[in-house]
Design a protein around this ligand. Structure first.
Ligand SMILES: Nc1ncnc2c1ncn2[C@@H]1O[C@H](COP(=O)(O)OP(=O)(O)O)[C@@H](O)[C@H]1O
Ligand SMILES: [Mg+2]
Length: 242
């Protein structure tokens, strides 16, 4: 079953900036799909449209069978988002931040404890958000995104700026989320991460999808041992050095 189906999707900001120039891709139920591509390629724009934060300029978009943007009310009920810049309530504690989101989705108290447990936050429950390290802030972001029991989770660069240990923790989290049957759409700049986690990848370059494949297929195409090398070879073939 297709959880995301985007066909000829365009986004033009302020009637001038063509951020997405007709992208087409789909994501199947239960997979981890990673959007890769250089800065400014259109990854965040895609995530924002699919998660109903901004409207597409044109194109057909369906998320869990619902039309975007017409049925965004439904979509918001079943998706979770870890934004590129998650800002928790800085003066509230870990527990209060998570509780806020659980209440938004009319979940009960036990879910707050469950989420803190899953994300290894029980010890930090009374710590104010602003006093957490980057890795723990990210854990809170993930906990909040899971508050409504989403069927689909968007994570925009979830490991940027994290130390290696915290990155591993986030990788484990993504695998746990996947094991629960939740579909994950990820964006990342870290190709080792994408190779490790993704069932399939979509590479965006200048607002267009230039490859849709599995990490293995791309590595085979360019006869490389790692996704990073294959990605760099692809970028070179497109005349880009970034
Ligand atoms: N609100 C906006 N208004 C105008 N241009 C934007 C806006 N948001 C993003 N852009 C532009 O759209 C392009 C794609 O941006 P983005 O989707 O954030 O890329 P990525 O996440 O791949 O780095 C970039 O050129 C960016 O500057
Ligand atoms: Mg981005």
């Amino acid at each position: 079953m297709k959880v995301i189906d985007a066909e000829n999707l365009w986004k033009i900001y302020n009637k001038r900036k063509e951020a997405l120039k007709g992208i087409t891709f789909s994501v199947n139920s239960g997979e981890v799909f990673s959007l890769l591509g250089p800065n400014g390629a259109g990854k965040t724009t895609t995530v924002k449209i699919l998660s109903c934060m901004i409207r597409p300029t044109r194109g057909k978009v369906e998320v869990m069978g619902y039309n975007v943007p017409d049925e965004c009310g439904k979509v918001r009920e079943i998706v979770g988002v870890v934004p590129q810049e998650f800002q928790g309530f800085s003066d509230l504690t870990v527990e209060e931040n998570i509780s806020y989101f659980v209440k938004l989705y009319r979940g009960d108290r036990s879910q707050v404890d469950e989420l803190m447990k899953t994300l290894g936050l029980l010890e930090y429950r009374k710590v104010r958000f602003r006093n957490l390290s980057g890795g723990y802030k990210r854990r809170v972001a993930v906990a909040c995104s899971l508050a409504g029991d989403p069927k689909l989770l968007f994570m925009d660069e979830p490991t940027v700026g994290l130390d290696p240990r915290s990155r591993r923790d986030v990788w484990n989290l993504i695998n746990e989320v996947k094991a629960k049957g939740i579909t994950v759409l990820l964006t990342t700049h870290y190709l080792d991460e994408a190779q490790r986690l993704s069932d399939r990848i979509g590479i965006i370059y200048d607002g267009k999808i230039v490859r849709l494949s599995s990490p293995k297929e791309l590595m085979e195409e360019f006869r490389k041992q790692t996704l990073e090398e294959a990605y760099l070879a692809l970028m070179e073939s497109l005349g880009d050095s970034s």
